[in-house]
Write a protein that binds this ligand. Structure first.
Ligand SMILES: NC(=O)c1ccc[n+]([C@@H]2O[C@H](COP(=O)([O-])OP(=O)(O)OC[C@H]3O[C@@H](n4cnc5c(N)ncnc54)[C@H](O)[C@@H]3O)[C@@H](O)[C@H]2O)c1
Ligand SMILES: O=c1ccn([C@@H]2O[C@H](COP(=O)(O)OP(=O)(O)O[C@H]3O[C@H](CO)[C@H](O)[C@H](O)[C@H]3O)[C@@H](O)[C@H]2O)c(=O)[nH]1
Length: 329
C-alpha cells in the first residue's frame, strides 16, 4: 500500500513525505516542480515528474505503485495572485483537481486527503471558526478550493471512496531535524518574509494594513507548525485506512497572532532589527481568522507538538540560513 502525494516536492507535501517515511510508510510523489524542489525529497522516495491533470501519467503512477490513497497538495497558493489571475487559479486548483479525482476513481483509489484552506471561511463574523460555519470565501483562491471540496464530497458519495478534507490555517516553520522547509525564493508568507528581512536578505518588511478592526489594527492569523500539520495528514490516512468515516477538519491551534506581534517575535528570536513599513491593505485579506481546533483532536486524536510561535520562528530562521548556505554553493 502506498500513497500518491501530489505536490510532494513542495513545502507542506515534502513534510508529509517525511512524516510517512518516519512512520515506515510508503509514498510516491507526483509533482511538476513548478514551485517544488526535488532536493526536498529523501533520495529513496520515487518522484513522478508531471501534471496532476495528465490522466495517463497519473493512472499509471497509481497502478504501478499500488496506491490505495491520494494526498492532493498540488495547487497555486498565493491569495493576491488569485485576485489578479482568477481563471489561472480555477484551472490549477479546481479544473485540475476534477481531472485528478476522475483518474483516481478510475484507478480504484480508496481514500483521498485534500489540502483545503481557512480561506473557504472568508471573513468570519466570529473567531474561532468551527468547521460547520457557513463557508463564504472572499477571494478566488478560497473559492477554487471550496469548489474542490464540493467535488470531492460529491464524488466520494457517488463512487465510494472516503476522504479527509483538511482546512489549513497559516502554515509556518520547518522540519525540526532540518530536512525541509519553505524554499520558494519569492514566497509571500509573513513568517518567511520576516525571517528573510531579519537575515538581511530583504531590505524591509511591509505590514499590509494597520486599520483593521483588531486590537493593534493588523490582521490576526492562526499559525500552525508544518510538521504538526504533516502529522495530521498521517493520522488522517490511518483513520481512513482503518475504515473511518469521511471528515472535514480545521488544522490550526485555536489562537491568533497579529502581524505586528509576529514581526516582534521574529525580531526578538533573531536578535536582529529590520525596517518595517506600514502599508495599505493587501487585496483579498480577511481581518482575523482563527481555527476552532477541537474537532481534529477529538476525531483523529491528533496532538500538536510544536504549538509555540517562538519555536516556529526559530525553525524558519534556521531553515532560511541553511537555504542561504545551500545557494552559495
Ligand atoms: N502554505 C500555506 O500556508 C497553506 C495554507 C492553506 C492551504 N495550503 C495548501 O497546501 C497545499 C500545499 O501548499 P504549499 O505551501 O506546500 O505550496 P508549494 O507551492 O510549496 O507546493 C505545491 C507543490 O505542488 C506542485 N504543483 C503545483 N501545480 C502542480 C500540477 N499541476 N501538477 C503537479 N504538481 C504541481 C508544485 O511544484 C509544488 O511542489 C496547497 O494545496 C495549498 O493550497 C497551503
Ligand atoms: O510581507 C507580508 C506578508 C504578509 N503580511 C500579512 O500577514 C498576514 C498573513 O499573510 P500570509 O501571506 O502569510 O498568509 P495568508 O493569511 O494570506 O494566507 C495563508 O493562509 C490562508 C488561510 O488563513 C490560506 O490558507 C493561504 O493559502 C495561505 O497562504 C496577512 O494579513 C498579510 O497581509 C504582511 O503584512 N506582510
Amino acid at each position: 500500500m502506498s500513497v500518491l502525494v501530489t505536490g510532494g516536492a513542495g513545502y507542506i507535501g515534502s513534510h508529509m513525505v517525511l512524516a510517512l517515511q518516519d512512520a515506515g510508510q510508503s509514498a510516491v510523489v507526483l509533482d511538476d516542480l513548478s514551485t517544488g524542489f526535488d532536493w526536498l525529497l529523501p533520495p529513496e522516495v520515487k518522484l513522478v515528474l508531471g501534471d496532476v491533470a495528465d490522466a495517463a501519467l497519473v493512472g499509471q503512477a497509481i497502478r504501478e505503485n499500488g496506491c490505495d490513497a491520494l494526498a492532493h497538495f498540488a495547487a497555486r497558493i498565493v491569495v493576491p495572485d488569485s485576485v489578479a489571475d482568477p481563471l489561472g487559479y480555477y484551472l490549477a486548483n479546481t479544473v485540475k483537481t476534477r481531472a485528478l479525482i476522475e483518474t483516481a476513481v478510475k484507478a480504484g483509489v480508496k481514500h483521498v486527503i485534500f489540502s483545503s484552506t481557512a480561506a473557504v471561511y472568508g471573513e468570519p463574523a466570529t473567531v474561532p471558526v468551527p468547521e460547520d460555519l457557513e463557508t463564504s470565501p472572499i477571494n478566488p483562491y478560497g473559492r477554487s478550493k471550496l469548489m474542490s471540496e464540493w467535488m470531492i464530497e460529491d464524488a466520494a458519495r457517488a463512487h465510494g471512496f472516503t476522504y479527509v478534507i483538511l482546512r489549513y490555517f497559516n502554515v509556518a516553520g520547518a522540519d525540526p531535524r532540518g530536512r525541509s522547509g519553505q524554499s520558494t525564493p519569492n514566497a509571500t508568507h509573513l513568517i518567511k518574509v520576516a525571517t528573510q528581512a531579519a537575515l538581511g536578505q530583504r531590505s524591509h518588511l511591509e505590514v499590509f494594513g494597520t486599520d483593521y478592526p483588531t486590537p493593534d489594527g493588523s490582521c490576526l492569523r492562526d499559525y500552525i507548525q508544518v510538521s504538526d500539520l504533516a502529522e495530521a495528514h498521517r493520522v488522517a490516512l490511518d483513520h481512513l485506512r482503518s475504515g473511518g468515516e469521511s471528515l472535514t477538519l480545521n488544522c490550526g491551534y485555536g489562537r491568533g497572532y497579529s502581524v505586528l506581534e509576529v514581526v516582534d517575535v521574529v525580531k526578538r528570536v533573531s536578535g536582529r532589527d529590520f525596517e518595517v513599513r506600514l502599508s495599505p491593505r493587501r487585496a483579498g485579506d480577511p481581518a482575523r481568522i482563527v481555527a476552532g481546533a477541537d474537532r481534529i483532536r477529538t476525531r483523529l486524536g491528533w496532538t500538536p507538538r510544536h504549538d509555540d510561535l517562538e519555536g516556529i520562528v526559530r525553525q524558519a530562521l534556521d531553515w532560511e540560513a541553511a537555504l542561504a548556505r545551500r545557494n552559495r554553493h
